[in-house]
Design a protein around this ligand. Structure first.
Ligand code: ATP
Ligand code: MG
Length: 340
């Protein structure tokens, strides 16, 4: 736990692997919007980390930096209230990663449940393990980001909890090694929707799985996704009772419909029988069109001036760099790695 006397510093971010989706919005972006009213969150566009996912496709990663920044601005991240930075523009983060890399074993990284499930999803299990070394070590890079920027409270989705645990292990190990409490531990901050399912209901919403609805989706794309959405395979006639648990439409209504009373009524009616899938889908379609429509138009406005977006990112990166340099200086001094 972070000590009660130290200030709360919010650090969070996204891998720049493509435009953001509703899972990102429910799991993390909404919390950031609330927090930027009382704190100045540091929000990281994790482009060096995204390279590990994209295995060398640097063009896609570069494009996604702008796409994700546009998504941020479109949902209401305000550069006056949040510091948005590009990971690769703060080289101290990479340097710190390199030091921290020696405080974690390969076996520990392989045991990290998020790494494990991502390796499985990518088909990298088995004997030859043709995995980029950067991919296996990405929890260390994430730890370095949090540590360098002095993060104490980290708004994340549920899948990121093992990363926070790993970060704190590294912090404790470093402090033990140098015999001084140089680094602070951090805590995760979960949203109300810790894991938004994909539209197929098969797992979390994820770009990799292709079961997502982008925050930049067109009206037609939203409707098509809602129509395809998994409900209850046993709900064959309108009058038969329907399942709420595992029903993606209700998971989305829980996450995004502001009228919670009406959602409760719809659930009761559906569970009892007599409510068609088309009715709950029509409601969800309205809710999502109302949510995404304004995001889409704000995004289009910001997209007209990419230079302004880039200069906002460079400004945030320069600001974050000062903090990261200070942390790195402390770390290197504690390790006796300054030679003058
Ligand atoms: P994708 O697989 O779609 O690229 P990701 O998990 O790789 O998504 P990250 O950039 O690693 O995306 O995660 C950014 C933040 O968004 C993390 O805090 C993560 O927990 C959160 N997040 C991503 N997908 C979901 C989801 N379906 N539900 C809740 N939170 C999510
Ligand atoms: Mg990703």
């Amino acid at each position: 736990m972070s000590s009660s006397t130290s200030p709360t510093i919010i650090v969070t971010g996204d891998r720049t692997t493509g435009p953001l989706h509703l899972g990102h919005f429910a799991g993390s972006l909404q919390t950031r919007l609330t927090l930027q009213e009382s704190h100045t969150p540091l929000i990281l566009l994790a482009d060096t980390q995204a390279l590990a996912d994209h295995q060398g496709d640097y063009r896609a990663v570069r494009q996604a930096v702008i796409d994700v920044a546009l998504d941020y601005l479109a949902v209401g991240i305000n550069p006056q209230k949040s510091t948005v930075l590009i990971q690769s523009m703060v080289p101290e983060l990479a340097e710190l990663s390199f030091y921290l890399m020696n405080l974690v074993s390969v076996a520990r990284l392989e045991r990290n449940p998020t790494v494990k499930s991502e390796l499985r999803a990518k088909g990298y299990e088995g004997e030859d393990r043709n995995i980029a070394a950067g991919f296996l070590s990405y929890p260390v890079s994430q730890a370095a980001d949090i540590i360098a920027l002095r993060g104490t409270l980290i708004p994340v989705g549920e899948d990121q909890l093992p990363m926070i645990e790993q970060t704190n292990e590294i912090v404790r190990r470093f402090n033990r090694m140098v015999g001084e409490n140089i680094l602070n531990e951090c805590e995760a901050l979960l949203s109300n929707t810790t894991r938004l399912p994909g539209i197929d209901g098969k797992g979390k919403m994820s770009r990799v799985a292709g079961n997502h609805i982008a925050l930049s989706a067109s009206a037609d794309e939203i409707t098509a996704a809602v129509n395809k959405m998994y409900t209850d395979a046993q709900h064959l006639t309108i009058n038969s009772p329907g399942q709420i648990k595992g029903n993606v439409v209700f998971a989305f209504l829980d996450a995004f419909d502001p009228d919670t009373e009406q959602v409760a009524q719809l659930k009761a009616h559906y569970a009892h029988g007599g409510l068609a899938d088309s009715v709950i889908k029509a409601r969800l379609n309205d809710v999502l069109q109302a949510l995404i429509g304004p995001i889409r138009s704000r995004r289009a406005q910001f997209a007209q001036d990419p230079d302004a977006v880039l200069s906002m990112l460079l400004c945030g990166s320069a600001k974050a760099r000062q903090t990261a340099a200070l942390t790195l200086h402390k770390v290197k001094t504690a390790m006796g790695m300054y030679y003058f």
